[in-house]
Design a protein around this ligand. Structure first.
Ligand SMILES: C[S@@+](CC[C@H](N)C(=O)[O-])C[C@H]1O[C@@H](n2cnc3c(N)ncnc32)[C@H](O)[C@@H]1O
Length: 188
């Protein structure tokens, strides 16, 4: 998925990774020559991203309240679906982008089973054991959010939020039927 994100970004532009977590996507983009500012509400996540040199700069902030300089590209991967106010995040993403800038939004399509995740990992070339480990790990990672009743907005809800935002959809596709990738730009 990180490859799919990187492929649609213009080469060499500075990127803001909203909800960067430990910087898995940021790290891929940094390795490809982007200068990445990572934003996350979690200090431990950002600390790990910095320690791993996956981001150039780390900013602790809510995705719906970003007070940052504008940039050419924004990515928001697997954060919109858990944010209480995805419309507000999309509005902030729009504000962050310079005119002509782009943003890559990725979210999971509706609840995906561990079995399906296993199949995808196999399609991506993982060994049988590696695919089991990756799929189970993803399942375990989801448990605290379920217990804490973190919201999980559906694919349709997020697609509708993008439609009513000021962002213009350039392309939308699903990744192995488990995630949606939407490329948007700021018109003007
Ligand atoms: C599923 S992880 C995705 C991390 C990373 N984008 C990736 O794909 O590997 C979701 C991230 O969103 C962050 N997050 C959750 N709520 C947030 C909020 N209100 N503002 C900013 N980040 C938030 C979490 O701390 C977590 O790091």
């Amino acid at each position: 998925m990180a490859d799919a994100v990187a492929e649609v970004l213009p080469a060499g532009v500075d990127v803001i990774d909203v909800g960067c977590g430990t910087g898995l996507i940021s790290g891929m983009l940094t390795a490809r020559g982007h200068r990445v500012t990572g934003v996350d509400v979690s200090v431990p996540m950002l600390t790990r991203a910095r320690e791993q040199r996956r981001i150039a700069v780390g900013v602790v902030a809510d995705a719906a309240a970003l007070d940052l300089p504008t940039c050419d590209a924004v990515v928001a991967v697997n954060v919109l679906h858990v944010h209480p106010a995805p419309d507000a995040v999309l509005s902030e993403v729009g504000e962050l982008m310079r005119p002509g800038g782009v943003a890559v939004l990725v979210w999971p399509t509706d609840r995906v089973s561990i079995g399906r995740l296993f199949q995808v990992e196999r399609q991506l070339g993982r060994s049988w054991g590696g695919a089991v480990r990756a799929a189970v790990l993803r399942g375990i990672v989801a448990v605290p959010g379920i217990l804490a009743r973190v919201p999980h907005h559906s694919d349709a809800t997020l697609a509708a939020a993008v439609d009513r935002s000021a962002l213009e959809v350039v392309a939308s596709r699903d990744l192995h039927e488990v995630q949606r990738l939407v490329l948007v730009r700021r018109a003007g």
